[in-house]
Write a protein that binds this ligand. Structure first.
Ligand code: DHB
Ligand code: MG
Length: 224
């Protein structure tokens, strides 16, 4: 398996080179990810573009993101919603948020992005209490043990037809380990089980290989 990884990386570079133009702002945001509390955790360029395309296919103008870090995926999402759209992105660490804020400014999307600093579950609860309009698209990509809480919060903040994407659901295949002591694995397994038993939700999940190694993501449509 691992001996195939150079090939995965080369193919990602080829595909991204053909189809996914990363401008200087995105390249800077990726680079500055190294200075966050989770270096190199941002999505790959072709994944960022997929998020943007899914947003646009869904006609999303209001996006909620769990986990900002340096704002790499945030920039993709903010560009997808256009100048009249809104991205609300939830980030635990003040230092990460400051890095993201600078990257968003460089990308020219500060005015359509609201970074809320603090534990994301608390921030989401405040959004619910504040009665915000439903979000059209949610990207869950923060601390994995909280995935079930983030899905639950997302369901209080979306409507029928909204789309929810959850990153990192494969983790080098670790997702199969039912008795894993890794709370991140348990967070993924629990959220997948929650999705499966929720009659409002239709979902699939795909494995991915590429510059991020072997991982995967879930795509959910809220039907009711
Ligand atoms: C982890 C989190 C991510 O969002 C990611 O893309 C890669 C790894 C992690 O928690 O290990
Ligand atoms: Mg991720």
């Amino acid at each position: 398996m691992r001996d195939l990884e150079p090939g995965w990386r080369a193919v990602d570079a080829y595909l991204a080179g053909m189809l996914v133009a990363e401008d200087a702002a995105l390249a800077d945001a990726r680079e500055s990810g190294r200075r966050t509390t989770m270096p190199a955790a941002e999505v790959a360029p072709n994944q960022g573009k997929l998020l943007a395309l899914l947003c646009q296919i869904a006609g999303a103008t209001r996006v909620l993101e769990f986990g900002t870090l340096a704002g790499y995926s945030t920039i993709w999402l903010a560009r997808a919603v256009g100048p009249h759209g809104l991205v609300t992105t939830l980030e635990l660490a003040e230092g990460n948020a400051a890095i993201a804020q600078a990257n968003l400014a460089r990308a020219g999307v500060s005015e359509r992005v609201q970074i809320i600093v603090g534990p994301a579950a608390d921030s989401a609860r405040r959004l619910v209490a504040g009665g915000v309009r439903p979000y059209d698209f949610v990207f869950i990509d923060a601390d994995k043990p909280s995935n079930p809480a983030y899905l639950e919060a997302s369901l209080a903040l979306t409507r029928a037809g909204s789309v929810i994407v959850i990153d990192n659901v494969v983790r080098d295949g670790a997702v199969l380990a039912a008795s894993s002591a890794d709370e991140r694995v348990q967070g993924v397994r629990a959220v997948l089980a929650d999705i499966a038993r929720d009659p409002r939700l239709d979902a699939t999940a795909l494995q991915t290989v590429g510059v991020k190694g072997w991982d995967g993501f879930t795509v959910i449509r809220r039907n009711s």
